[in-house]
Design a protein around this ligand. Sequence first.
Ligand SMILES: [Cu+2]
Length: 132
Amino acid sequence: METEATRERLRALVEAGIALSSELSLDALLRKAATAGGREVRITVDGGYEPALIKVPAGEPVRLLFDRRDTSPCSEEVVFPDFGIRQFLPTGKTTPIEITPPKPGKYEFMCGMSMLRGSIIAEPSVSSDSAR
Ligand SMILES: [Cu+2]
């Protein structure tokens, strides 16, 4: 889902990238791009969540890509109680779930039976002005 705000941020990012590219490594630029244009984290579901601990900046949208490999009924659903999300995960497919942790803290997710567990750790985000 691309919004006008996202396009604006991307445009600003490209300009900032051109201005700073002589100082910043490509890696740092890509990390900046991921933050501005929508952060993505791939999570493998195979008898558990890998990684089971995901750190993200608070207040920013993150897209979690659940790549389910197993066929156990246990892992067929993932639940984010804090966000009112209960999502079916088809085996052999990647299912995106977008959340925005509103404030720093721990947001747990689990299978439909609460046996498999993982956590999103939302950290205080560093403002772009003081980043460097
Ligand atoms: Cu389960």
